[in-house]
Design a protein around this ligand. Structure first.
Ligand code: BV8
Length: 253
C-alpha cells in the first residue's frame, strides 16, 4: 500500500476512536534537533555510554560528570522547539474526544507544543529532586544562586539530581498505573518514534493489542513495535503525523 493509502486507512481507524493513547519515544523529538539515545553521542559526550550515565551508580561514581551531562541536555531541550509532529498530536487531541500522550521522553516538548494530557513515564530533565528522594518539584531557578555542581537541595542540603527515571529505577507508580490502565482500555494506540527496547514502557503496545486496541506504529525504521502493530506507517513523525491529522480532519468533515 502506498503511504497515502496507509494514512487514509489509519485516519479511518482514528476518526471514530473514542479513546486514543499516543505513546512516544525519543524519535518524536528528533526533528526538534534532540538526539535519541540510539544516535551516536555527539562531540563532548561521544566517549560516554548513556546507559552508564543514566544510572544512580553512574551519578554516585561521578556526580559532576553526570550532572554536566544532564545540564547540557536540559539546556538543549529548553532551547528546542516542538516540531510538526508534536503539533499534529495536539491537533489530533482537538479533533478527537479523548487523546492522552504517554511519553518516554524527558524533554517537555509535548507540553511546550500544547498537549494537555501528558504522562511522563521517565520523568523530566526540567525538574529536580534530592538524592534521598525526600524533596522534589524543584526547577533550575531553585538552585540558580549555587556555584557548586551538583547543587544541594534547598530543603535538606542533600545533593540534587534530575527527576528522571534512571536504568534500574522503578517508574513513578501512579504514572505507570494510569498509563497501563489507559493502554488496556483504549481503542486505538498510536506509537511514534520508539525503538521499543526499554521496559516496562516497551510492554505497553503488546498489552494494548491483547486488550483489543488497534495499534498504529510510526517510525522511519521497522522496529520492535512493528511486530505488535496492526498498521506500520514508515516515515519521520514530523511528516507522517501532520498528514495523519489532516486526513482525520477530512474524514470527520
Ligand atoms: C525498571 C530517562 C524495575 C533517563 C530512560 C538490568 C538491571 C536493571 C534493569 C534492567 C536490567 N535489564 C533490563 C532492565 C530493565 C531496563 C531496560 O529495559 N533496559 C533495556 C536497555 C533492556 N529498564 C529499566 O531499568 C526501567 N526500570 O525496569 O525498574 C527494575 C528495577 C531494578 C532491577 C530490575 C528492574 C527504567 C527504564 C527508564 C530508563 N530511563 N530515560 C534519561 O533520559 O537520561 S530510558 C531512555 O532510553 C528513553 O527515555 C527511552 O525510553 C529509551 C530509549 O531511548 P532511544 O532509543 O533514544 O529512544 P527510543 O527507544 O525512543 O528510540 C528512538 C526511535 O526513534 C528509533 O526507533 C528510531 O528509528 C526512531 N526515530 C528516529 N528518527 C525519527 C524516529 N521516529 C520518528 N520520527 C523520526 N524523525
Amino acid at each position: 500500500m502506498a503511504m497515502q493509502d496507509d494514512i487514509a486507512a489509519a485516519a479511518r481507524r482514528l476518526a471514530p476512536a473514542t479513546s486514543v493513547v499516543v505513546l512516544t519515544g525519543a524519535g518524536v523529538s528528533r526533528e526538534s534537533g534532540i538526539p535519541t539515545f540510539r544516535d551516536v553521542q555527539t562531540g563532548l559526550w561521544a566517549r560516554y555510554d548513556p546507559a552508564q550515565l543514566a544510572t544512580r551508580g553512574g551519578f554516585l561514581r561521578d556526580p559532576q560528570l553526570v550532572w554536566a551531562w544532564y545540564d547540557y541536555r536540559r539546556r538543549m531541550v529548553e532551547a528546542a522547539e516542538p516540531n510538526a509532529g508534536h503539533h499534529a498530536i495536539v491537533t489530533l487531541a482537538r479533533l478527537l474526544p479523548a487523546v492522552t500522550v504517554v511519553t518516554q521522553n524527558v524533554d517537555g516538548l509535548h507540553q511546550a507544543a500544547g498537549s494537555l494530557r501528558v504522562l511522563e513515564l521517565h520523568g523530566s530533565l526540567r525538574r529536580f529532586k534530592c538524592l534521598g528522594g525526600g524533596h522534589d518539584g524543584f526547577t533550575a531557578a531553585d538552585f540558580a544562586g549555587q556555584a557548586e555542581t551538583p547543587p544541594h537541595c534547598p530543603a535538606c542540603g542533600d545533593l540534587l539530581r534530575p527527576d528522571v527515571v534512571w536504568f534500574g529505577e522503578m517508574l513513578p507508580e501512579e504514572v505507570l498505573a494510569e498509563a497501563t490502565a489507559l493502554c488496556g482500555a483504549c481503542d486505538l494506540l498510536l506509537v511514534v518514534g520508539t525503538s521499543g527496547v526499554v521496559y516496562p514502557a516497551a510492554g505497553l503496545p503488546g498489552l494494548a493489542r491483547r486488550a483489543g486496541a488497534y495499534v498504529i506504529d510510526v517510525n522511519p525504521q521497522r522496529d520492535e513495535i512493528a511486530g505488535d502493530a496492526d498498521l506500520f506507517l514508515q516515515g519521520p513523525g514530523g511528516e507522517v503525523l501532520p498528514a495523519l491529522a489532516e486526513a482525520v480532519r477530512r474524514t470527520l468533515g
